[in-house]
Design a protein around this ligand. Structure first.
Ligand SMILES: [Zn+2]
Length: 255
């Protein structure tokens, strides 16, 4: 478990999910991080999975990097996940080419950063086609993100899009996104994730870690994490609190 420092449930819950991600567990067995952020993360992960981890060092690094979190307010777990993944992505070293998934070089270069284990596991890539309805011109673009949103594969109508060919600015551009290779792991921001497998895009996914939220009032609430250990969902929480299972972020693996 993670030692309760008070008012950090948005960080605790996200970290519990990251610590129960098997790809990270496998990776830290074969690589020793050197940067202070990844060292603090790996130390906390090992202690938490063994018995109890003290998050003080890691949380200090997060709060120094993202000063909005440096107080005792209730913050958003999704925002915390994005901040932590960005920090870890900069901190973990580049992985060797042999560990790459079968993504095209062109797409890998799309975000022009060093390709590291966090990008390998969490960064999802989309092939997006923008079609101008005035002239029919199509533009294909590759876009990436750490999180999958519920409606991301739906067709979208874009406003104020300037067509490369006919130069018209119109509201009738249709954007269609598909996964560029189904990701093996997705973190999905969704109100209702089934506890068992579900279809997303062309693949079936099985949730293995879920961040849930219970709202007390407009300004306060509490996050916790449910993780799959063997066949059982285990509640990871620092408070003795009965909560309704209301997922906000689900970490799901392809099956
Ligand atoms: Zn056009």
């Amino acid at each position: 478990m993670i030692k309760n420092l008070g008012n950090n449930c948005y960080l605790d819950s996200v970290l519990q999910c990251l610590f129960h991600t098997k790809s990270i567990q496998r990776y830290i067995k074969v690589d020793r991080p050197k940067d202070p952020v990844s060292v603090a993360f790996v130390n906390l992960m090992r202690d938490t999975l063994r018995s109890e981890g003290n998050p003080e060092t890691f949380y200090r690094l997060v709060k120094d990097a993202h000063i909005d979190f440096d107080n005792n307010y209730h913050h958003d777990a999704h925002e915390a996940l994005m901040v932590i993944l960005e920090m870890l992505s900069k901190s973990f070293g580049r992985i060797s080419d042999t560990m790459f998934r079968s993504k095209s070089r062109r797409a890998l270069l799309a975000w022009g950063k060093q390709y590291n284990i966090i990008d390998e596991i969490f960064r999802v890539m989309y092939r997006c086609v923008y079609r101008c309805k005035a002239c029919g011109h199509e533009l294909t673009n590759y876009e990436t993100d750490y999180c999958v949103y519920d409606n991301v594969l739906d067709t979208e109508q874009l406003e104020h899009y300037r067509c490369d060919r006919c130069k018209s600015v119109n509201k009738t551009v249709r954007k269609q996104s598909v996964f560029h290779n189904p990701p093996t792991l997705i973190t999905i921001h969704k109100k209702n994730v089934p506890e068992d497998k579900f279809r997303f895009g062309d693949a079936l996914y099985k949730p293995f870690a879920v961040v849930s939220h219970v709202k007390f009032d407009e300004r306060t609430g509490h996050y916790n994490a449910h993780v799959l250990e063997g066949d059982e969902w285990v509640l990871k929480d620092t408070m003795d609190l009965k909560v309704k299972f209301k997922p906000v972020i689900s970490f799901s693996e392809i099956i």
